[in-house]
Design a protein around this ligand. Structure first.
Ligand SMILES: [Zn+2]
Length: 218
């Protein structure tokens, strides 16, 4: 039996953070389609080269390409007991393709991290990075001592273009159009649990881990 954990939620809802923690706590590989894409691009594989052409034009990588990459990854020996998916499925086509690949013995657990759009926009707007070093800050909780200046190196802090409200809102629009319908897709199949993703990462993880059978004693 393989256990496949799917995390749904808007970009910026904290899926990556929770997937990484769950992966560690349950010894299941963290399979992030974003990481897979970057890895294939960096290695210059045929899939990576195809992805690069699309991404350089600002487009979305096709379902077929994502599915090929994912199929290759989860066929690896370390995924035999299961894996935690992050960033997949993102569309109805992807969800149906995944469903077809599953074995009857596979256990699928789907968690929705619910975070209001306005919270996601505010979180992103508060994130700052240093031009001088890799330090990052967040005005909501981890602000620098002096506004606009890096504590570590004195460098100038800036907001990444990815975190600009207009860009975040566009990603949210795409999410609501393409991915949010998957919440109902999995609810109809009785596989979905919804979690309040507005809480601290620790609190969200506590709930998430508690909902997965076979909890390991800490
Ligand atoms: Zn710095």
């Amino acid at each position: 039996m393989a256990r496949i954990v799917i995390l749904l939620g808007a970009p910026g809802a904290g899926k990556g953070t929770q997937a990484a923690r769950l992966s560690k706590a349950r010894s299941l590989p963290h399979v992030s389609t974003g990481d897979l894409l970057r890895d294939h691009k960096a290695r210059g594989t045929p899939l990576g080269q195809q992805a690069k052409v699309v991404m350089d034009k600002g487009g979305l990588v096709s379902d077929a390409l994502v599915l090929d990459m994912l199929a290759e990854r989860v066929a690896a020996a370390d995924c035999r007991e299961g894996y935690v998916l992050d960033g997949f499925p993102r569309t109805d086509v992807q969800a149906r393709a995944l469903e077809q690949r599953l074995k009857p013995t596979d256990q699928v657990l789907v968690f929705e991290l619910k975070v209001a759009d306005e919270s996601i926009v505010a979180r992103a707007a508060g994130r700052l990075a240093c031009r001088g070093c890799a330090s990052t800050y967040n005005l909501n909780g981890a602000a620098p001592r002096k506004a606009g200046v890096c504590d570590a190196c004195g460098g100038e802090l800036y907001r990444r273009s990815d975190d600009e409200p207009a860009v975040v809102r566009e990603r949210l629009r795409v999410y609501h159009e393409k991915t949010a319908p998957l919440v109902n897709f999995y609810r109809e199949r009785g596989l979905l649990a919804s979690l309040d993703g507005e809480q601290t990462p620790d609190a969200v993880f506590g709930r998430l881990d508690g909902l997965i059978p076979g909890k390991v004693k800490h």
